[in-house]
Design a protein around this ligand. Structure first.
Ligand code: IPE
Ligand code: IPE
Ligand code: MG
Length: 251
């Protein structure tokens, strides 16, 4: 059991997850893709609660990409109505989890936007954990928007070009309220980032597994955390430097 093997004093603060494989999970069982998404929503609930109990402060999941709008209408509509149904405020209140969203949410159906804003506002004071859902999100979209914001500040005279640093970019991104992910998990066997948190994952540890998202659970999460704990995060330094001052390794 990986749950017993993990070091409770070295839990990643922020885990980002690409929840992939719902469709293939359904196909393997002779089910409709939509059933894979329903099972995926249950897995998200279970993993969110498990992560929070383990002490993970932030979980950021990729639920719907900018590119996913290109899927057949039937699947997109099914996903939107599933989102509407599953955005249940009780889940966040019962577990003291703050709900946040990143992405081009103006493209979402109005009922989803309303339900989303209700959950964001009601759960805003929750402090045990933060679940951020990336909806209609892509990194290239987010970075492009950030560039526009920064350019307009320069144009209006409130920012000088020489003052632009990587923190300026951090602050202009949708994720300004989040620390960078320590660990990025992708389920479903594909070895790519699919336009997810490209800037923010500059120094994240990457973990890929074949498990389809609906089968991902607390034990799988602990396995990923265990793998993370075996890594040495050097942030450009030498191994000797890091082992002498582990707490300062990213400074
Ligand atoms: C991930 O599962 C969920 C979404 C992208 C909405 P997929 O639907 O991509 O499942 P596969 O990759 O086709 O198995
Ligand atoms: C990435 O999965 C997006 C989400 C998990 C929401 P996809 O299944 O859309 O990724 P690609 O297209 O296979 O890269
Ligand atoms: Mg996929």
């Amino acid at each position: 059991m990986y749950k017993e093997k993990i070091d409770k004093n070295n839990i990643p603060q922020h885990i980002a997850i690409i929840m992939d494989g719902n469709g293939r999970w359904a196909k393997a069982q002779g089910k409709h893709r939509g059933e894979g998404h329903i099972a995926g929503a249950q897995a998200l609930h279970d993993v969110m609660v498990a992560a929070s109990k383990l002490g993970v402060k932030y979980v950021t999941v990729y639920a719907f990409s900018t590119e996913n709008w290109r899927r057949p209408d039937e699947e997109v509509n099914g996903l939107m109505s599933l989102l509407f149904k599953k955005l249940d405020i009780d889940i966040f209140m019962d577990n003291d989890i703050r709900f946040c969203v990143i992405g081009d949410t103006a493209r979402l159906p109005e009922d989803v936007q309303e339900r989303m804003h209700y959950c964001i506002n009601r759960s805003a004071g929750n402090q045990t954990g933060t679940l951020t859902v990336a909806l209609s999100y892509s990194s290239k979209w987010e970075i492009t928007e950030a560039v526009k914001k920064i350019a307009s500040r320069v144009k209006e005279g409130s920012l000088r070009i020489e003052e632009i640093t990587d923190s300026t970019v951090d602050e202009a991104l949708n994720t300004a309220f989040l620390p960078d992910p320590d660990l990025l998990i992708r389920t479903g066997g594909e070895l790519r980032l699919s336009n997810y948190l490209l800037w923010q994952c500059a120094y994240s540890e990457l973990y890929f597994c074949d498990t389809f998202w609906p089968d991902f659970n607390e034990e799988e999460l602990c396995k990923a955390i265990y793998a993370y704990q075996q890594r040495e995060r050097r942030f450009g330094k030498t191994s000797e430097q890091v082992s002498n001052t582990p707490e300062n390794c990213h400074q």
